[in-house]
Write a protein that binds this ligand. Sequence first.
Ligand code: MN
Ligand code: MN
Length: 469
Amino acid sequence: MTPEEIRGLTYTKKSAYERKRGESYLSDIGTYAEGYMKFLDEAKTEREAVREAVRLAEAAGWKKFSFGDRIETGGKYYYNNRGKNLFLFAVGSRPLTEGIRISAAHIDSPRVDLKPVPLYEDGGMCFLKTHYYGGIRKYQWTATPLALRGRIVRKDGTSVDIRIGEDGSGDPVFYINDLLPHLSHKDDSRPLAEAVPGEKLNLLAGSRPVPGESDGIKLNVLGILNEKFGISEEDFLSAELCAVPSGRARDAGLDRSMICGYGHDDKVCAYPALTAVFDAASSGHTLMCILADKEEIGSEGTTGMQCDIMLDLIDEICAARGASPAAVRAASKCLSADVSAAYDPNFSDVFEKRNTPMLSCGVVLTKYTGARGKSSTNDAPAEYVGWLRGAMDEGDVVWQTGELGKVDAGGGGTVAKYIAKHNIETVDLGVPVISMHAPYEIISKADLYETMLAFRAFNVYDGPAPAEE
Ligand code: MN
Ligand code: MN
């Protein structure tokens, strides 16, 4: 062999900009990013993400489904699970025994939730007590403008949706106080993880009293809340209120190649999974797109991926088509769509460069996650990864593989194992993120676009099944 021929045998990761040159590509990824950024601004909480996804689904001709409803071949349905978890499914004309193509992303993001009895006054200020949600570096959430979003449900079942403190609303924002550098000499020697204890994440909510009252500042805030939303202090008991970074997603970098925004994890996978299932609804394959809640806290509860609703829906589809649910699940394939950590040269010591996703090198296929010896990971079989390589090639997708940091450096989990345990072949795939779980995270527009292409390729691929043993 010539040196050139041998060179041709090597594998080199290339950036999306190297693989796909030209103005039309840049315009495609820019246009797609605009739609995503609108979604991101609307969908800071899982409830808002479901509401926005339902709106988009209905506009694309998808119909609301309730258990027991008739399911028709060629039909496009969505099942709204308690307003916090959404399933979309399109029933294809091909035999259901070929399996269902499932893309599953989560729509909850790390944030700071209010406690059931949050409101108190201290030191001339009024605060709201919080309990943070998901894995955050707590110091990052101080000294930055925060919005409050969520729902309050009254005893009589009526509810009020809250959104205070977003750009352009003229609303005030909330804030978590931090220590000034002048007085932090003792504090600065503490480990970062202990710098801001959870009980110090109190949301500043007011400083002007009702005159003559002992807890006048709290009373004044309560009065404002009642005037605006018709609620009393007791209504906080049945509320889900989330402090999230205030403001819209923005272009990042002078070249506008990236997006700075809150909640890329995992809306940056949820949105492409959603639009790709809209695009591929008539591919003939039976498709399902799942937008899950509670991934950041272990996929628990009725709206997390550990709940059996996915099985109930597969059973209903199988009953309508006269197929065996066990056979259908055994032939099904899933992309567990979640973000990965992009290589960051500023923190290079936690990454292993050869096996870490690089920004702008496309969608990341993560064969296994886990930590300390692949513990608790799904670890997709080579046969399935091989099949996906075929799908990616056919869809002209720029993709890369990746691990979450160095061996023994840490690790993380996704919903993959909760789907794989039902005998559904599953692998993780998603967008590389810089500063994951920070109030504002960074992603590349090219990676976002390639992720959409990956879901589309997965949904429509007719390629060879994995070879038999
Ligand atoms: Mn995630
Ligand atoms: Mn996460």
